[in-house]
Design a binder for this molecule. Structure first.
Ligand code: NDP
Length: 310
């Protein structure tokens, strides 16, 4: 029953679908709540079709999505492990919840306190976080930001995505990290938690309404707030208040254009949306599960096509 249904990227499964789940494939899945908007199945299944051309092993791999409310996450992790799902991606609200529920967390993901990729092992789930890799690769590819060492970074937001971004930038040895957030207490909590990683970087917090005068020119601005998801949202900062940034990266990819990106374009600043971050975090996850080289271009093509269909 499930084999044919699971082939469709439109399907959203729940835990109730797991009884009698077919064992004739290698299964990958994304868990979230809500999850119907996720384009990960389209992206990963397209990559697997390409990978199967050079290695037939991948022709039996399938990636599906599960709607799992937070209270069902422990049960979901247990049952999917028992069914030997090879890999899981986790999205809102599970990245932090799963952190303490997996068998082992990759060293690089420890300071983030969140995991977005799980790999099956006999002992339990191994947790990774590929969002930082996705962001850094996107900055390098789309905005030619270089290796980010010695870069000045202006990070907008203090939620889970901002935390991952802050850890990544500090681990890469950026020169300075400037964090701005609507709610000061959340910003300060993020600054406190990443301070131990700032061994090669200076760390600063500021009010997005009043950027400090000593903010350097040529900074990379990263939007990790959700301001811009809805058409009525304000931009998280007025870019004219910053000394001329090198470029603007908005993690939001749907809608593809946000007020922040529109302003960046009007000011002639290089800018791009979060699609390439999504693609690269997914490609890294598929690499972790498969140990094979992953067709990133194919994943991007499928992601773009899937967004156009929405
Ligand atoms: P969280 O809910 O954890 O954090 C939301 C953040 O946005 C907080 O800092 C919050 O500020 C801020 N915020 C929300 N609304 C506004 C507003 N109207 N004005 C200013 N600030 C606002 O979300 P995540 O960190 O998980 O995700 C943040 C964004 O990143 C989302 O849009 C998500 O889609 C995107 N993302 C993209 C990825 C990709 O692959 N491209 C991967 C992961 C996330 P406050 O503290 O004041 O509430």
């Amino acid at each position: 029953m499930h084999s044919s249904r699971s082939d469709s990227e439109k399907d959203v499964f729940t835990l109730a679908d797991l009884s009698g789940w077919p064992q004739d494939r290698t299964w990958l899945a994304v868990l979230g709540h809500p999850i119907h908007h996720s384009i990960s199945p389209a992206m990963h299944n397209a990559a697997l079709v390409t990978m199967a051309k050079s290695d037939p092993r991948f022709s039996t791999w399938r990636y599906v999505r599960f709607d799992v409310p937070p209270e069902e996450l422990p049960e979901a992790l247990k049952r999917l492990h028992a069914l030997k799902f090879l890999g899981l991606n986790l999205t809102l609200p599970h990245k932090v919840l799963a952190f303490d529920r997996v068998w082992r967390v990759d060293t690089a993901a420890q300071p983030i306190g969140a995991v977005n990729t799980l790999r099956w092992s006999p002992e339990g789930w191994e947790g990774f976080n590929t969002d930082g890799h996705g962001l850094a690769t996107a900055l390098q590819e789309d905005l030619r930001a270089g290796d980010l060492q010695n870069a000045a970074i202006v990070l907008l937001g203090a939620g889970g995505a901002a935390r991952g971004a802050a850890v990544e930038m500090l681990q890469r040895g950026c020169a300075s990290l400037w964090i701005a957030n609507r709610t000061t207490a959340n910003r300060d909590a993020l600054l406190d938690s990443v301070r131990p990683l700032a061994t090669r970087s200076t760390l600063h917090g500021f009010d997005p309404q009043r950027p400090p005068a000593d903010l350097p020119t040529g900074a990379w601005v990263i939007n990790a707030t959700s301001a811009g998801l809805r058409p009525t949202d304000p931009a998280p900062i007025d870019l004219r208040l910053l000394r001329k940034p090198a470029g603007v990266y908005d993690m939001i990819y749907n809608p593809p254009q946000t007020p922040l990106l529109a302003q960046a374009a009007s000011l002639g600043l290089p800018s791009t949306n979060g699609l390439s971050m999504l693609v690269h975090q997914g490609a890294r996850a598929l690499g972790i599960w498969s140990g094979a080289s992953v067709p990133v271009k194919e994943m991007r093509r499928a992601a773009e096509a899937s967004l156009k269909r929405d």
